[in-house]
Design a protein around this ligand. Structure first.
Ligand code: MD3
Ligand code: FE
Length: 215
């Protein structure tokens, strides 16, 4: 008998983070090369770009999207937009391999019938970081955010419901998936400055897919 989750490093494991949040270590590891091929295909249509924050700063993380809508930021604020402002065309559609993976991961964390509208794709290089924030531009406040880590490892900053709550640090690696929904949906989180390195699949970068139920 092969257990689905266990202590064998070749098999995925499941860590309970808090009520509504689960870390599935290695869950996407075997699919990572196929997922990264899709990312390249998407980026040929809607290239990675450094968005401008409402405060006028350029983000150190480069972003693109696929799905019915994509997350964008500019001097006027944050929003989901059905059109890529850089190409004036719709975002590439969500590949079935993405949707299938997100639905399986959400189900493992107890969220059935997950139906994400958007996948934000983040690309980190050495020193890229994402400051502590909440994801609150989505109407559905219960549906989880599913986060897939690919390539170089990173450190998740994982706080509480208030910005002043203590922040835990959690190392995530290629193939790890975190699911944050229900009571964990509005916790503050971020990514510490990426350490430089070389990953066999992604070179000097980390790619993160975050699936969102927007409507
Ligand atoms: C959601 N991305 O794009 S996802 C983002 O690795 C974002 O690129 C990070 O945060 C990345 O908005 C981290 C992981 C994450 C962690 C904690 C959360 C997402 C979360 C808590 C609540 C909601
Ligand atoms: Fe976030």
């Amino acid at each position: 008998m092969t257990p689905l989750f266990g202590t064998d490093p070749a098999l995925p494991s499941r860590e309970h983070l808090q009520e509504g949040a689960v870390l599935l270590r290695g869950f996407a590891a075997s699919e990572a090369p196929a997922l990264l091929e899709e990312v390249e295909r998407i980026a040929q249509v809607s290239p990675f770009r450094h968005l401008t924050t409402p405060g006028g700063y350029s983000m150190s993380v480069a972003m693109t999207n696929c799905g019915r809508v994509g997350w964008v930021s500019d001097r006027t604020g944050y929003r989901y937009d059905a059109v890529d402002p850089n190409t004036a065309a719709p975002w590439p559609t969500l590949p079935s391999a993405f949707l299938d993976l997100a639905v399986r991961a959400a189900a493992q964390a107890g969220f059935s019938l997950y139906d994400p509208d958007a996948c934000l794709i983040n690309r980190y290089v050495a020193d890229s970081k994402l400051g502590l924030h909440q994801d609150r531009d989505e109407k559905d406040a219960w549906a989880p955010i599913v986060s897939v880590s690919l390539g170089l490892p990173a450190v998740f900053l994982w706080g509480g419901k208030r910005r002043s709550d203590p922040v835990r640090r959690l190392r995530v690696e290629n193939g790890d998936i975190a699911v944050w929904g229900g009571p964990a949906r509005f916790v503050y989180h971020g990514i510490a400055a990426l350490k430089d390195g070389l990953h066999p699949l992604t070179g000097a970068t980390r790619i993160n897919l975050t699936f969102r139920k927007v409507f």
